[in-house]
Design a binder for this molecule. Structure first.
Ligand SMILES: C[S@@+](CC[C@H](N)C(=O)[O-])C[C@H]1O[C@@H](n2cnc3c(N)ncnc32)[C@H](O)[C@@H]1O
Ligand code: SF4
Length: 476
């Protein structure tokens, strides 16, 4: 699909347009003279007349986007583009004109500004064109999240620690994690630098008197670390950050083969109170197919061992739309999880990212939709309610990822990272720290190198830059 824009930024609208042409590659065209009306979309906005003209394959429509006191003008333009493309293609998008990662953030922002639930409902369905059931979901989650957006949380910081190594790389995953085999020395070198970063960055925030609210150790699969390494890492965290009142420490156990009894005991002894043990599916055939070298039974055993040790909350990640899976497989997976009864279940819909090895697998959007509807219904029947939600690019069925929780067991870090209202400091390669200025909501990002080699080799330079950015922001 070639797109020609005038009077409007291509960057603002191409994500939305792309969703109507999922099989096409998108290309911006700069010269209208080249438009041959074949596989061409023109979007032109004339400031003087305030008219928007859209033309697809020779069929033209001109409209005047309304002005709305609560909606940015670019969103009014998107609404017109959505309507035009919906009429031409017959495609409806569950999240309407929203293409970003955080649809619920719009809800909480409006609620904090004093909008009522009824006003929000109308804005979401009539202005953002969100499907009614998704609007209700976002509204429900947004209202629940408000309890975690209090001054008590927002005055503190949270920490993310990244361990981008895995026992093997799953075929669907494009997190860019490194398979551990043959890279043991790299992990050791990386770990030494990570400890140094905890010391350097921790000392900075300790001096500022910033208390730590939550800690999330993710990846990758951080449970590839040895018990000794885990103990060392938490000694550093406790020495250099103000961690005495930490309310939540999440650790991605991920793969059950990395969780023996000794490791689970270590995790509990260092204060981890929320552990992820992720099946993705309880179907052994699929696990093998996607390159996860564990069985559903190993998941159950790791879960029971963790339960016996007494973790306060266990989360289990699932993915809808894994290759070859049908609604029957999802029903079976949820049935087996129902017996385990974890505090949190996170339901992802498969996102086909560039570079992922299974882009040839595709599940029909109606099938994915029915899987998600079933998962929502089943979790709610089991007493778990949705508490956070996010979207990724290229999600099958254009759906979302939803975290479910038993009452009072919310993963607070997940809410804070999605809401971007609390400062979150990220340590390790690929980590992006976000400093939030509470009075204005301004967010400043400070990124670490994504590449593990660069992070390890260029560490001193990186820390110099990171500290000078932090110093500048906190001097303001
Ligand atoms: C960063 S991964 C870490 C989890 C851990 N290493 C594991 O595999 O159990 C976090 C979660 O993202 C989800 N995920 C990974 N790749 C995905 C994809 N392509 N689409 C949707 N969800 C995905 C999985 O559910 C995974 O558990
Ligand atoms: S899903 Fe988890 S274990 Fe698999 S490659 Fe991604 S981060 Fe690693």
């Amino acid at each position: 699909m070639h797109v020609y824009c005038d009077g409007i930024s291509y960057q603002e609208i191409f994500e939305l347009i792309r969703l109507f042409f999922p099989q096409d590659t998108m290309e911006q065209c700069y010269d209208k003279a080249l438009v041959d009306h074949q596989s061409f979309l023109c979007v032109e906005y004339e400031e003087k007349t305030k008219m928007l003209t859209m033309e697809l394959n020779g069929e033209k429509e001109t409209v005047k986007p309304e002005e709305h006191p609560d909606i940015a003008f670019k969103n009014q333009v998107k609404k017109q583009i959505y309507r035009f493309l919906h009429n031409k293609t017959g495609i409806s998008l569950p999240w309407g004109i929203l293409t970003g990662v955080r649809p619920v953030k719009i809800v909480t922002d409006y609620l904090l500004k004093g909008k009522t639930v009824e006003e929000m409902d109308r804005l979401l369905t009539e202005e953002y064109l969100i499907e009614k059931k998704k609007a209700l979901l976002a509204l429900y989650i947004g209202q629940k999240e408000l309890a975690f957006l209090t001054k008590e949380h927002l005055d503190k910081i949270s920490l993310y620690i990244g361990i981008p190594f895995c026992p093997s790389v799953c075929s669907y995953c494009s997190f860019g994690s490194i398979p551990l085999q043959g890279k043991e020395e790299l992990l050791k070198a990386y770990f030494i630098k990570l400890l140094e970063e905890i010391k350097i960055v921790g000392s900075f925030f300790q001096k500022l008197g910033k208390q730590v609210d939550t800690i999330y150790v993710g990846g990758g699969t951080p449970s590839v670390l040895s018990s000794e390494q885990i103990e060392k890492m938490f000694q550093y965290l406790d020495s250099y950050f103000l961690t005495e009142n930490v309310s939540e420490i999440t650790f991605e156990g991920g793969r059950p083969e990395t969780l023996d009894k000794d490791k689970l005991m270590t995790l509990s002894s260092v204060g981890v109170n929320r552990l992820s043990i992720n099946p993705q599916t309880m179907n052994n055939k699929t696990l093998k197919r996607v390159g996860r070298f564990h069985t559903a039974e190993e998941i159950e055993n790791a879960y029971i061992a963790a339960r016996n040790i007494g973790f306060e909350a266990i989360n289990m990640d699932l993915i809808l739309g894994l290759p070859g899976e049908t609604l029957k497989d999802i029903k079976n997976t949820l049935k087996r999880l129902e017996k385990l009864d974890p505090e949190n279940i996170t339901i992802h819909t498969l996102a086909l990212k560039r570079g992922a090895k299974i882009s040839e697998f595709y599940t029909d959007s109606q099938v994915i939709d029915s899987m998600m509807d079933y998962a929502i219904k089943k979790n709610m029947e089991n007493g778990s309610m949705p508490y956070y939600l996010y979207r990724q690019k290229n999600m099958t069925g254009n759906l979302e990822n939803i975290g479910f929780t038993k009452p009072g067991k919310e993963g607070v870090y997940n809410i804070e990272i999605m809401e971007e209202k609390q400062t979150i400091i990220a340590l390790g390669s690929g980590g992006i720290s976000k400093i939030v200025f509470p009075d204005t909501g301004r967010i400043e990002r400070v990124a670490n190198y994504k590449d593990v080699y660069l992070y390890t080799n260029q560490f001193d330079k990186l820390m110099e830059k990171k500290l000078s950015a932090f110093n500048a922001f906190y001097a303001e």
